[in-house]
Design a protein around this ligand. Structure first.
Ligand SMILES: [Zn+2]
Length: 135
């Protein structure tokens, strides 16, 4: 469970309290006061913000900034090779952990050949000579 959370390949919207799947990436160009909204970048980038459909359509820029929308329809990006590898590794780690190691049987095992075949079916009672006569 912990491994899955660390390498979770599904990217979520960067907006606070929004848990929707990210479909767009917003990048700020501080030099020319331009914000660029484009398709979701293949990998998370520092300084960029991933947005869901709703926030990609409703995002605005500060006064004096220019917003450039590269696309108006957003679709989830296909998983990248690194996402697939992270997913495969997470599954591999989880499957390793949940398989208990084989343990030796703790009870004694008797094969039929180990058990004597002739056993008296009824207890046999006989008189035992008294050896305390001399006392
Ligand atoms: Zn959102």
């Amino acid at each position: 469970m912990v491994a899955w959370m660390i390498v979770n390949p599904i990217r979520k919207c960067s907006r606070q309290n929004c848990h929707e799947k990210a479909v767009a990436t917003l990048t700020y160009g501080y030099d020319d006061a331009t914000a660029v909204l484009g398709p979701l970048s293949p990998t998370p980038e520092p300084g960029a913000f991933d947005l869901c459909v709703q926030h990609a359509h409703s995002v605005t820029v500060p006064r004096g900034w220019t917003m450039i929308r590269l696309v108006t329809e957003f679709e989830p990006a296909p998983p990248s090779d690194s996402d697939l590898m992270a997913l495969a590794n997470a599954i591999r780690e989880t499957s390793k952990r949940e398989v208990p190691p084989p343990a030796r049987a703790t009870r004694e095992i008797h094969r039929p050949t180990d058990v004597p075949t002739h056993r008296p079916t009824n207890p046999v009672l006989r008189v035992v000579p008294d050896t305390d006569e001399d006392l």
